[in-house]
Write a protein that binds this ligand. Structure first.
Ligand SMILES: Cc1cc2nc3c(=O)[nH]c(=O)nc-3n(C[C@H](O)[C@H](O)[C@H](O)COP(=O)(O)OP(=O)(O)OC[C@H]3O[C@@H](n4cnc5c(N)ncnc54)[C@H](O)[C@@H]3O)c2cc1C
Length: 290
């Protein structure tokens, strides 16, 4: 397993990285944690002629800026698990990131790498979609803000253009303490998920004020469940435990991909079962305040 020949460039600043990416266009790729890219190069599924190592760029922060949390492209997965802002405002992100691979992957893999790689089963794209995150990309032409709904175009396909790199992702702060749950099913612990679901909600006096529901495994990109969200918004949190018919109505609209790991029908039933458990768990946590 050897990669096709390539040139290695270590970028010393964002401007330097963008100049290198502009110079090499389709032949250039940012190198972040290398967890996916190096494996794909070794298998010759990817053959970039120029690797632009971005690891020296100052993109490793998680900070609050106004009403958003801004997460740098080089924030490693494991950092989410010990960050106070994430723990306080985005408990579902923390729970989802804990499901990524195993410790070595979480220590090396980056936020920008995971979102740009856009694996249909990856946790961070699903969490970005759940929270309507905004993806910030830069190129020599300037900065572009892309809604997560427009960012994921297909399996391993995003709205990023040649010469462009993801610099940050922004998550809007909730108005009140959020509750939720993240659940996934994989063949073995640490494997990519066959299907995953995530729920986040804010409540007021026992009523669901706002709810977002997303899943992966249903399509080549993470999707939201707008009909299910509309059916539950404004209801008592107790409705979360008995959402069966609303879940059925949502999953009946899905045509999940089938492969050697799971048939389409198996994925649909899995998503329904995970949704029922995640919604019930979110409701229970809300009532118990945890
Ligand atoms: C054994 C194994 C198990 C794994 N399990 C999981 C799992 O369960 N869940 C999960 O979500 N992931 C999993 N991963 C993938 C892991 O999370 C990767 O680290 C991640 O998908 C890519 O991040 P990276 O920083 O390593 O990116 P790289 O491998 O460096 O890059 C991946 C792609 O993104 C591009 N890229 C990187 N950074 C940027 C940027 N800032 N802007 C634009 N393009 C960029 C690269 O050019 C490349 O095309 C696993 C990986 C391995 C090897």
């Amino acid at each position: 397993m050897r990669p096709a020949p390539f040139a290695y460039h270590r970028a010393t600043s964002l401007e330097h990285a963008l100049a290198l990416l502009a110079e090499h266009g389709e032949d250039g790729r940012p190198l972040a944690g290398g967890q996916s890219l190096v494996a794909m190069m070794n298998l010759r599924l990817a053959r970039p002629r120029h690797l632009v190592d971005i690891n020296d760029l100052p993109l490793e922060g998680i900070e609050q800026v106004g009403d958003v949390i801004r997460i740098g492209a080089l924030v490693r997965h494991e950092r989410y698990l010990r960050d106070d802002l994430v723990a306080r405002y985005f408990p579902v992100i923390r729970e989802g990131v804990a499901c990524i691979g195993h410790p070595t992957i979480r220590r090396n893999g980056t936020t920008g790498g995971s979102l740009s790689h856009a694996d249909p089963s990856a946790e961070l794209p699903l969490l970005a979609r759940l929270h309507d995150a905004t993806i910030v990309a830069a190129s020599l032409r300037g900065t572009r803000r892309i809604a997560s709904a427009d960012f994921f175009r297909g399996a391993y396909e995003t709205a990023l253009e040649p010469g462009e790199m993801l610099t940050h992702v922004e998550f809007t702060l909730p108005n009140s303490r959020p509750f939720g749950a993240f659940l996934e099913m994989s063949e073995r612990r640490g494997d990519f998920a066959i299907a995953a679901v995530a729920v986040v909600m804010e409540e007021e006096a026992g009523t669901i004020r706002k709810i977002a529901i997303a899943c992966s495994g249903a399509s080549q990109i993470p999707i939201r469940a707008p009909g299910l969200e509309a059916a539950l918004a404004g209801q008592s949190v107790t409705a979360l435990a008995v959402a069966g018919s609303a879940i059925d109505a949502f999953t009946a609209t899905l045509a999940p991909p089938g492969d050697i790991v799971a048939t389409s029908d198996h994925r649909r039933r899995l998503i329904a079962a995970l949704l029922a458990r995640a919604l019930a768990s979110a409701g229970e946590r809300t009532r118990e305040g945890r």
